[in-house]
Write a protein of this length. Structure first.
Length: 211
């Protein structure tokens, strides 16, 4: 039998096989980011199909971090019950589910968030409209928002969280010298540019515990 069908484990999380549905934007959430019957159906269909682990599409941790329409949100407690119904349905099929959490930062959609998107630095050539440069306090607030999103994921029954630090979104922007030209504790050499991401990692870990 192929190893793809063997049971597996990630940090104590047992998986029925090695098939993983990686994070993929469905565009099926409500306008405010809540779980919808349409979203629940596609996720439960995947679980019924025998996938061992489902990773959700990226869920924005604050309202100002939304990248696109019908993106799932993890920014308020009112969403917990809807997502709990989804995770329960997934687990009934012997599947596991992880919530991916993110903030779009510079590339948040100004029409959707209703304000100027946040950026780590003033940069040119990536947008025709203005971006608001974050203070260190604001960075700290977003770190906290990632932690609260992880708490909601845990309360909603997700088996874990995946921190989105790629594809040019906020944590990726922090790592990149093209977007991060700061001269404070969050800019300069790679260690400082990685500080934002490491702060998020520590905050999330403190909320969800070692397992």
């Amino acid at each position: 039998m192929s190893r793809l069908f063997e049971r597996s484990e990630i940090n104590g999380m047992e998986l029925s096989n090695r098939f993983v549905r990686s994070a993929t934007w469905e565009g099926m959430a409500a306008d405010d980011g809540a779980c919808t019957p349409k979203l629940m159906k596609i996720i439960t269909d995947l679980a019924e199909g025998g996938v061992g682990l489902i990773i959700s599409s990226h869920a924005y941790v604050r309202e100002d971090g939304q990248a696109g329409p019908w993106q799932i949100g993890a920014y308020k407690d009112e969403f917990i019950n809807g997502f709990r119904k989804m995770t329960q349905a997934v687990k009934e099929q012997g599947c596991r589910m992880v919530l991916q959490i993110s903030h779009a930062g510079f590339f948040a959609n100004p029409k959707l968030i209703g304000q100027t998107p946040l950026a780590l630095s003033e940069v040119e050539g990536f947008s025709k409209s203005h971006r608001e440069v974050m203070t260190e306090e604001e960075i700290g607030n977003i770190v906290g928002a990632f932690g609260q999103a992880a708490r909601r994921a845990k309360e909603a029954g997700f088996d874990g969280v995946q921190i989105h630090a790629a594809h040019g979104y906020l944590l990726s922007q922090s790592l990149s010298p093209a977007f991060n030209k700061r001269e404070d504790n969050y800019g300069g050499d790679l260690k400082n540019r990685a500080r934002f991401m490491m702060d998020v990692l520590r905050e999330v870990r403190s909320v969800v515990a070692p397992e």
